[in-house]
Design a protein around this ligand. Structure first.
Ligand code: ADP
Ligand code: MG
Length: 281
């Protein structure tokens, strides 16, 4: 009964109906404030299960705020308010009967600055997310299930071959790009339905960026990915669908245009989208 909701302009290649994999996230009429300052107005967006959705738009238009709303981190900001709904497979993640930790377990997040625990081993870093969600995990070598989960998560994040001989070394000893993939592995170990990524490659060199993009394409299909990026080539390389956010002077941010990535880039309907994707902003 709770399939993805058809939203005008967001009718994907996938027919409306029950999702094939879990993880369809839908924002309905989302408004957000910090105190008196309204930062988002009327945001409707369906992020279909297993697809990669890119959020693009100038700085300050509310993309990071929107991501935090999607996994209930917005409510941790003092003075922050929210209206509208966020549905995960049709279920309101803000339902007071649900504990916030449950949504955050199903909806992982990776930030611009990779934030592994620097002195903790690579192995323990991968499992650290499980501990935070209250699941018990045994230590290295004592538990083949944990070993298998670490290997699987690191493989999914495209890092296994680089670190398999040094799992006991500190997470902080890795390069920036490897640290970011370690953070992706840490998120994936919790087996989320959705992975939110806020400019995950902004601090990375081109080679590391490519690796992270490969990782995104690899996990797409199993995990719903929502990525904020200022890199227009990256948006085109990794995303199936794209939403262009804009905040006019003194106005809250909203989605100007959304659709299949090819359409948004090759056949934008709005002049402001055309200007932005062609670097005229
Ligand atoms: P983007 O990620 O698109 O650059 P943000 O979501 O970070 O945009 O910010 C949107 C608006 O909300 C900006 O005007 C920003 O200054 C404001 N803002 C973001 N975080 C906070 C906060 N914790 N307190 C007050 N204002 C904030
Ligand atoms: Mg941001």
């Amino acid at each position: 009964p709770n399939g993805p909701l058809p939203v005008p302009g967001n009718e994907g290649p996938r027919a409306p109906g029950p999702a094939r994999v879990p993880g369809t996230l839908a924002a309905e009429d989302v408004h957000a404030w910090f105190g008196d300052h309204q930062v988002l107005a009327g945001v409707d967006l369906v992020m279909a299960a297993g697809e990669v959705t890119a959020l693009i738009g100038p700085s300050g238009c509310g993309k990071s705020t929107f991501l935090r709303i999607l996994n209930r981190m917005h409510e941790l900001v003092p003075g922050a308010a929210l209206a509208g709904k966020i549905l995960l497979d049709g279920e309101d993640i803000y339902d007071p009967a649900l504990r916030p930790i449950e949504s955050r377990r199903r909806i992982g997040m990776v930030f611009q600055k990779a934030n592994p625990f620097p002195t903790m081993s690579i192995y323990d870093n991968v499992l650290a997310g499980l501990r935070l969600t209250g699941r018990r995990v045994k230590t290295r070598g004592k538990d083949s299930e944990a070993d298998a989960l670490v290997e699987h998560s690191l493989r999914s994040a495209g890092l296994w071959d680089e670190v398999k001989t040094r799992l006991g070394t500190p997470g902080g000893s890795l390069s920036g790009g490897q640290q970011q993939r370690l953070c992706i592995a840490r998120s994936l170990a919790v087996r989320p339905d959705v992975l939110l990524m806020d400019e995950p490659c902004s601090a990375l060199d081109p080679t590391s960026t490519r690796r992270v993009e490969e990782t995104i394409r690899q996990i797409a299909g199993e995990v719903t990915v929502v990525i904020v990026t200022h890199n227009m080539q990256q948006a085109q390389r990794v995303s199936d669908r794209c939403a262009f956010f804009l905040a006019a002077e003194g106005q809250p941010g909203h989605i100007v245009e959304q659709g299949r990535t090819d359409d948004v880039f090759q056949r934008p309907r709005d002049e402001r989208t055309a200007d932005y994707v062609n670097g005229r902003f």
